[in-house]
Design a binder for this molecule. Sequence first.
Ligand code: NAP
Ligand code: ZN
Length: 368
Amino acid sequence: MDFKFHMPTELYFGKGCLVENYKKLKIGQKAMIVTGKSGARKSGALKDIEKYLKETGVEYCLFDRVVNNPHLENVEEGARFCMREKADFIIAIGGGSPMDAAKAIAALAVNDMKAEELIGGSLKNKPLPTIAVPTTSGTGSEVTPYSILTVPGQQTKMNFYNSGSFPVMAFADPGYTMSMPRNVTVDTAFDAFTHLLESYLSQRGTPFNDALALEGIEAWSECIAAIKEGGMDYEIREKLMYASTVGGIAITNTGTTIIHAMGYSLTYFKGIPHGRANAMLIGEYLKYNYDSCKNKIDRVLETTGFENIGKAAEFFLSGTGEKPILEDRECREYAKLAAKQGSVKSNPRCTDEEAMYKMFKSVFGGML
Ligand code: NAP
Ligand code: ZN
């Protein structure tokens, strides 16, 4: 056996994990807190962070202008703010949008470059250190080096990552997700599931990472009834955050596959939230890949308790609301964009643009 596994983030998980370890927040002289408009406040995490920074005597400034699915201009604005304020570390609070934006801001603040040069480029200087406090349970961004940015010039989302972009520390307190509305809870839970599923089925999988992904799928499966019927108590929130964080660690080591590659267009062109877009594709993905990794997909069905792929697809579609209808030309265009994503290469079954066109057609375009 022969594999590499990497997870350098110092992770604290559980109720009160920030309160118990707040002295660790002092990793510099001045923090830039990066948030979206409302999530950090509603969750209570922003109030806690501000209180603990004051208690530890760390100066801070607040940038609360990260938009959902952050774009290049948004992170450039954040980087200018960081330089102006002379912050020397970053605390990201929120869902994937603020956490991802923070990673790009941390890189741009110390490198003289445009945000678009981050994609696929290298960094001269190591990004500022970042601490992540998730308030959703979906992306696992608190433990990944990935920053998914909307790139208008390419009409899609693209991934920036660098070995220096892992948060140095993450405080994953499920209590901060209690305020999430039901639709965000379900959408983000679907995202977490696709990370675990795609990582487990990825060609880049290893026995060690497979075990981790399955552990996450098992925890996530205990939340299926709550996702279906409501009743998101603390215990369920804790399981979802656990599954999401484990999913983040799993994709750090494998990346994702075609669900993510295909889902980006649904978010970019149709405004469908990331996790919901992914969920619409799960049934077709399982069908397409079944013959290439039958045993693994059977294991997922057994762990989740779905009788078959059809029942799994039914469950996910019942949580996504109405699917958009795509014109033929849209299916072609989305497939072309998906084929450019690097994650396609890790799909369990070898895939190309034509195959993804057929999948888009089958899910969103009526009969072929
Ligand atoms: P998000 O865009 O960060 O947040 C979704 C919504 O939930 C926002 O309106 C936000 O409000 C609100 N919100 C967040 N926490 C809340 C809370 N505790 N209470 C009430 N409202 C709350 O959603 P996300 O699904 O977590 O992140 C999606 C982004 O992450 C996408 O850009 C996706 O591509 C990316 N992603 C990254 C990775 C990775 O590995 N880095 C993996 C998958 C996806 P405000 O905006 O007003 O604060
Ligand atoms: Zn995702």
